[in-house]
Structures are given as structure tokens and as C-alpha cells.
Design a protein around this ligand. Structure first.
Ligand code: UTP
Length: 285
């Protein structure tokens, strides 16, 4: 079955990145010169997805404006003959349809995904967490869609992390069924001790529409939040769920250090900044 829709939960408060995120959405912080959410939209588009569903909240208008047309800016660039810049602006939302829905209160990632239920309309879909930035030869979402097409089951992206960091992630307990592929038996959110593995859940998912029923039946945890991992645990009661160790590098751009690393990584990849940035880094270390 083909996947044509991607959900981008973008309604979180970004408290790890205050004060930068007090008035600017975390999703709009730039890596070199593109907001982090644009990298994720480009990943989804490169994977063949054309309908982007953003779950936003108050103070996130900048995301909507970014994927919209700026008439004033475009006519100014036209007047000044800046055709290349104009072309670049057009590529931001080229070939995609963008829709928005609101999460009125930050009630957790599971709740944010649930807010997209009507827009997803009963199809399997991808979820991309905008603060997880991926650099991969084959887009990570595309890698996961291939697994989904072969096995017709929900797929969670996982990555091995040092044992000392398992308490920071959702961790899966699973059985290996192929290269980098696991059948999930259970998921534990941020285990304090005895993690069942060091396979950490990363912000990419392919989910079947039954996840919405599972989320609706998931009890609100502390602070009234609904966690996506709890919804997936419910889904496991009736369906197989797979975990996939994707190929590529991942940066947690929602965290200060991860954001800095992502910026340096992307800066070193861009032809226009690469040489001078390398020289600068060498000069300061
Ligand atoms: P995070 O926990 O990384 O984002 O959630 P956050 O809550 O914005 O950040 P901190 O922890 O306070 O710094 C992962 C993704 O889920 C979205 C966030 O916007 C982020 O993209 N999210 C989280 C929602 O859309 N709604 C929520 O209620 C919670």
C-alpha cells in the first residue's frame, strides 16, 4: 500500500531550548539557512510523500508562513531581478500539499498524532518528529516505507545508543527477524534500570490507521499526557509492530548540543560554507 501522507507533530513547547523558543517555534530554528522543519519536509517529499500534515499550536504561525507564499517578498525579488533566490523560495513548497491542524494543549506526542486522525482518513501514514534531523543516502522515511511495503506492519525507527543513555529514550524489546529488522515484543519509555536492549526509538514512524483507536484507548499519564509509545504498546495487543535500524546519521536538533552538532555537520556538507568552516574549526581546536 502506498503512503502519501506525513504527520509532523509541531505543537510542543520546546522547553529544552529556552529562551530561544519563547517566541520562535523550535521547528523554525535554522540549520545553516533552512529551518529544521524544512529538512524533514524535504525528507518526506524525497520519499514520495506529497501531503504534509502539521500539528501546530499557538505561537507556531511562523511554520504556516514559511510554507506559504510571501507576495511582498516575491515581488521585491522580481523587481530586483533576483531570479535564483525566487526559484529557491518556490522550491520550499513545490509539489506538496500542506494542511494544518491544531493541538490546543500540549498533551503529549500521542495526543498530537491523534489530532491528525481526521486528516489521515484511515490510511497508513508516516510520522516525522521535526527535531530529529537525518542525513542518509536513502531518506530514512523511504527506507521505512520499503519495510512497510514488504511486511504490511507499523515500523518504528530505532538506533543503538550507549547503555548509559537508554534512560533518555523509549527502548524496544524485540527479536531479530532480518538485517536491522526486529519484531517488537514490548516498548519501555525511558527505563531507569534494566533496559531490555539498547535500541532506542527515534523520531520516524510508519503507522497503520488502527493506531488512532489504540491512542484513544490509551490512558492519560502524568500531566494528562498521552504518549505515542503507550499507544504503540496497545497496538501490539492486536498487531505486529516492527523496529528498523535505519542507515544514516541522526541529530537531536531539539537539544542544544545536538543542534550545534547538526549545524556544523550541515555546514560542512554545503559547498558554499564547507571550506571556510573547516578552516575555522581547525583554527580553534
Ligand atoms: P519533544 O518532547 O522533543 O518536544 O517532542 P517538546 O515538548 O517541544 O520539547 P521539550 O522537551 O519541551 O524541549 C517531540 C515532538 O513532538 C511534538 C514536539 O513539537 C516535537 O516536535 N509534540 C510534543 C507535540 O506536537 N505535542 C506535544 O504535546 C508534545
Amino acid at each position: 500500500m502506498n503512503i502519501t501522507k506525513a504527520v509532523f507533530p509541531s505543537a510542543g513547547l520546546g522547553t529544552r531550548f529556552l529562551p530561544a523558543t519563547k517566541a520562535v517555534p523550535k521547528e523554525m530554528l535554522p540549520l545553516v539557512d533552512k529551518p529544521i522543519i524544512q529538512y524533514c519536509v524535504e525528507e518526506a517529499r524525497a520519499s514520495g510523500i506529497d501531503e504534509m500534515i502539521f500539528v501546530t499550536s499557538r505561537c507556531k504561525r511562523a511554520i504556516e508562513d514559511h510554507f506559504d507564499t510571501s507576495v511582498e517578498l516575491e515581488s521585491l525579488l522580481e523587481e530586483k531581478g533576483k531570479r535564483e533566490t525566487l526559484k529557491m523560495l518556490h522550491t520550499i513548497s513545490e509539489g506538496i500539499q500542506v494542511v494544518y491542524t491544531r493541538q490546543k494543549k500540549a498533551l503529549g506526542l500521542g495526543h498530537a498524532v491523534l489530532c491528525a486522525k481526521r486528516l489521515v482518513a484511515g490510511e497508513p501514514f508516516a510520522v516525522l518528529l521535526p527535531d530529529d534531523i537525518m542525513d542518509a543516502e536513502v531518506p530514512v522515511t523511504e527506507q521505512m516505507m520499503r519495510v512497510f511495503r514488504r511486511h504490511s506492519a507499523s515500523v518504528i525507527a530505532v538506533q543503538r545508543v550507549p547503555r548509559s543513555q537508554t534512560h533518555m529514550y523509549g527502548i524496544i524489546k524485540g527479536r531479530k527477524i532480518g538485517p536491522g529488522l526486529y519484531k517488537v515484543d514490548d516498548l519501555v519509555e525511558k527505563p531507569r534500570e534494566n533496559p531490555p536492549s539498547n535500541l532506542a526509538i527515534i523520531g520516524r514512524y510508519i503507522l497503520v490507521p488502527e493506531i488512532f483507536d489504540a491512542l484513544e484507548r490509551t490512558r492519560h499519564g502524568s500531566g494528562g499526557e498521552i504518549q505515542l509509545t503507550d499507544g504503540i504498546r496497545r497496538l501490539l495487543e492486536t498487531q505486529d509492530v516492527l523496529a528498523f535500524e535505519f542507515e544514516g546519521e541522526r541529530f537531536d536538533a531539539g537539544d542544544r548540543l545536538g543542534f550545534l552538532k547538526a549545524n556544523i555537520h550541515m555546514g560542512l556538507k554545503r559547498p558554499e560554507t564547507k571550506k571556510e568552516l573547516k578552516k575555522f574549526i581547525k583554527s580553534i581546536v
